[in-house]
Design a binder for this molecule. Structure first.
Ligand code: GRG
Length: 295
């Protein structure tokens, strides 16, 4: 990723990595194992898209992004918990993630469940700590993140995904599923950054539409990579959707139509960003990266 993004984004990514590593390092006594299991997954080669989206959006309004680093990293903690749990045998049953064996393959299922639980709970703790002695906008942003992670967001989407394995579902339900499973946390990343940056109502409305489009590009691209990706680059097994009989955009519309839709939605993203009278270049660059990504 580093050679595909500009210097500023790559520096922010390194800072995110450091914050996350430090947070779980040198902790624990008899429970040290849980930090080992969490660190194994959190320090792996993730793209850090969600914390980057949060910071780059915030940065359109304010420069001091170090101030919101805990919130950005809490988003990555929630995302990583969802990956660990998604890989479990009772869910997608995957053995490769971020180029390494999945958490339960290394630490066993019980510890992987706890690592996910630990990440989600610690993320909530980080968000609450952030809100102490803070502004109303912090409460609003952190509450929004937890809402988008819950039963009406990420967990809701995963529920519909699990319930519909081996079933053909309507386009409406397919969109619901992916808007929640993938879109909710992407939306939370962008909108929390905007709220913390005190963006205007006008800008937040535009960013909501932007995040809807971006979340969809992200998911459709993920479906395409699941078919066409190179395992050594993507860092996870391909054909996982097909093997689990999942409802995907590629299955519904075919690969060529999906590629066209990704280009169309990315253009829509750019058109929306242009309506915001703030420095949009970095967010634009990350959007372009998400269209072109090979992993
Ligand atoms: C267990 C509540 C719960 C939810 C699981 C993560 C997830 C929801 C499902 C994984 C299935 C999947 C491939 C979803 C597509 C979107 C997605 C989350 C892709 C992985 O995110 P990336 O590409 O991963 O940002 P990295 O490793 O770069 O962080």
């Amino acid at each position: 990723m580093e050679n595909k993004i500009n210097y500023t984004i790559s520096i922010i990514k390194q800072e995110i990595n450091k914050w996350l590593k430090d947070y779980f390092e040198n902790k624990g006594t008899y429970n040290k194992k849980i930090y080992e299991a969490i660190s194994y997954s959190i320090n792996n080669e993730g793209k850090r898209i969600r914390p980057l989206l949060c910071i780059l959006t915030y940065n359109m309004y304010r420069k001091d992004y170090a101030d919101i680093m805990p919130v950005a990293c809490a988003l990555e903690m929630i995302h990583t918990y969802s990956l660990i749990h998604d890989d479990l045998p009772c869910m997608d049953d995957d053995d490769l993630r971020r180029g390494e064996p999945t958490n339960h393959k290394v630490f066993g299922e019980a510890m992987a469940v706890l690592a996910g639980d630990g990440l989600l709970t610690e993320a909530s703790h980080v968000l609450f700590e952030f809100c102490k002695d803070s502004y109303k906008s912090s409460l609003e942003a952190c509450n929004y993140i937890l809402m988008q992670s819950g039963t009406e967001g990420l967990v809701g989407g995963q529920t519909v995904d699990i319930l519909n394995e081996d079933k053909k579902i309507s386009l409406e339900e397919l969109l619901y599923l992916h808007n929640k499973k993938t879109g909710a946390l992407i939306n939370a990343s962008i909108i929390s950054g905007a709220i913390l940056g005190n963006a205007s109502e006008h800008d937040i409305e535009i960013l909501k539409k932007f995040s809807d489009n971006l979340g969809l590009v992200f998911q459709i691209k993920d479906d395409i990579l699941d078919v066409e990706g190179d395992v050594s680059i993507i860092g996870k097994n391909i054909n996982s959707d097909q093997n689990n009989n999942k409802s995907t955009f590629v299955k519904q519309f075919g690969i060529e139509e999906c590629k066209k839709e990704c280009n169309f939605l990315t253009d829509e993203c750019f058109t929306l960003l242009k309506q915001i009278e703030k420095p949009i270049d970095n967010l634009k660059e990350l959007t372009q990266f998400l269209l072109e990504r090979q992993y």
